[in-house]
Ligand binder design. Structure first.
Ligand code: SF4
Length: 100
């Protein structure tokens, strides 16, 4: 199934950058301060993409990812039509959100 571009997944989930992505400085993250020790950055959440006031991803514009070709690795494998077990809970949360 093709992505319907509802944008719900980009509103519900925090996106963790990989170390390479975090060090690249290309992405807006939760903290202005850069945490050099990546383990510590993960612990405190410094490698998480910034969110807007409504908790949606800073890069979500009109339900479309404004950086789609360069979106983080965490965003790439997820489709709400996936049958993979690892996405089951996320998909359930999306369905609950849509029912509200
Ligand atoms: S980077 Fe793009 S795909 Fe990833 S959560 Fe943000 S808007 Fe969605």
């Amino acid at each position: 199934m093709k992505c319907s571009q509802c944008g719900v997944c980009c509103r519900l989930f925090l996106i963790n950058l990989t170390e390479e992505e975090y060090r690249s400085g290309k992405y807006k993250t939760m903290f202005d301060e850069f945490v050099d020790d990546f383990e510590e950055a993960e612990l405190v959440g410094a490698n998480i993409l910034e969110q807007k006031e409504d908790k949606s991803c800073i890069y979500l514009e009109d339900n479309i990812c404004s950086i789609h070709p360069n979106r983080p690795q965490s965003c790439r494998p997820f489709f709400c039509s996936s049958q993979e077990d690892k996405f089951k809970t996320m998909i359930e949360k999306i369905m609950l959100y849509k029912e509200k």
